[in-house]
Design a protein around this ligand. Structure first.
Ligand code: EPU
Length: 338
């Protein structure tokens, strides 16, 4: 076990923010992780698990132990004539897994192409894009209890998935490290191209009978046109969640803002795109120092280079306050603050 001290986290977060971890260790197997958790001199430190670093905002140095998850492996557990079950190490890169499944012609993940981050973060916040959420292809996961170092498995119900939510972000927050995820993929995929942009992009590509590969290619095209590449411009995707508000509140807002977009939700609340609210509040494409709201997608906050986590955090607070003032809606960050 190679525990490093005062390790820079700059290359480990997609915002490209400078912050130091007092202690840092990478683990590539479940046994290594258990050893780290049981190490007496590390046991009492504050700890956090680092995956792809694509959904965190580092606002200060971390005075504890960062555990970098590098647990790899893709194993086919079983198959029948309709489905295949894959058990995947949580440190695998999400998009590489998606490409692997697409190359086999298996369906379920194509709409989730090019989402940054690692496999372990996917159930953590039930990643979703273009009309599909992770939970649709999720079967179960294994996680290590950070206190006892014991492995426990969770089925779909136990994960309590919601919109960008799971039990690991709420009641069990910080208590488990996800080490593997098992997916159930379709050998005879039913494609979901209901999302307007996908249909339009497939038409532009002159694809009339799409395969999973085509849908993935369309999603990649859309994402590349709207979302900045973190390798070029530091960001962590959508910074805020899309708020869900009561129907009455939505109808009252509609009187003043007739063009306000909305999506119904199963709970009866109305989901409003935070990107629209932020744009209407005047933030889209606005640059403040080295930070800003992206010109193609207002919901994405960016680091133009050299910004600090505190500056991004301040920008987020200012955006939040002005959306609250204009619309009476509180938008809540999707990224995790460290
Ligand atoms: N909109 C604007 N201005 C903007 C951005 C959006 O007016 O600057 C409005 C438009 O009306 C647009 C609507 O918002 O039709 C929705 O925009 P978009 O399709 O870009 O999706 P989103 O709701 O802003 C969500 C996810 C994204 C995901 C896309 C596509 C959240 C918080 N974000 O964004 O996820 O890729 O849908 O499915 O739910 C992420 O989580 O990091 C992420 C990028």
């Amino acid at each position: 076990m190679n525990v490093l001290q005062n390790q820079s986290l700059k290359s480990y977060n997609t915002f490209g923010l400078e912050a130091y971890a007092k202690f840092f260790v990478a683990v590539s197997t479940v046994d290594e992780l258990k050893k780290v958790l049981q190490q007496p001199e590390l046991k009492d430190l504050p700890r956090f698990i680092l995956g792809g670093g694509s959904n965190i905002l580092l606002t200060k140095n971390f005075d504890g132990l960062v555990i970098k998850n590098s647990i790899k492996g893709i194993e086919q557990l079983q198959e029948d004539d309709k489905h295949v079950w894959l058990k995947v190490g949580s440190g695998e890169v999400w998009h590489e897994l998606v490409l692997h499944t697409i190359n086999q012609g298996w369906g379920g993940m194509e709409n989730l192409s090019l989402i940054p981050g690692q496999v372990g973060a996917a159930p953590m916040q039930n990643i979703g894009a273009y009309g599909v959420e992770l939970e649709a292809s999720f079967e179960s996961l294994e996680a290590v209890d950070m206190q006892t170092a014991e492995v426990r498995s969770f089925n779909k119900d136990e994960c309590n998935f919601g919109y960008r939510e799971s039990v690991f972000k709420t009641s069990l927050k910080g208590q488990y490290c996800i080490v593997s995820v098992t997916f159930k993929l379709n050998k005879k995929p039913a494609l979901n191209i209901s999302y307007g942009d996908i249909k339009r992009t497939l038409d532009d590509m002159q694809v009339w009978e799409p395969t999973v590969k085509d849908v993935s290619a369309a999603v990649i095209k859309i994402r590349q046109s709207k979302l900045p590449d973190p390798k070029v411009l530091g960001n962590s995707g959508s910074f805020f969640k899309n708020p869900e508000i009561p129907k009455e509140q939505f109808e009252a807002l509609q009187q003043y803002f007739p063009l306000i977009p909305s999506y119904p939700t199963p709970s009866g609340l109305v989901k409003v795109p935070a990107g629209w609210l932020i744009e209407q509040a005047g933030w889209k494409g606005k640059r403040i120092g080295n930070t800003g709201s992206h010109a193609q997608q207002a919901l994405v906050l960016v680091n133009y280079g050299g910004a600090t986590g505190q500056e991004i955090y301040q920008l987020a607070l200012d955006i939040q306050a002005s959306v609250k003032e204009k619309f009476g809606i509180t938008i809540v960050p999707e990224v995790n603050m460290v």
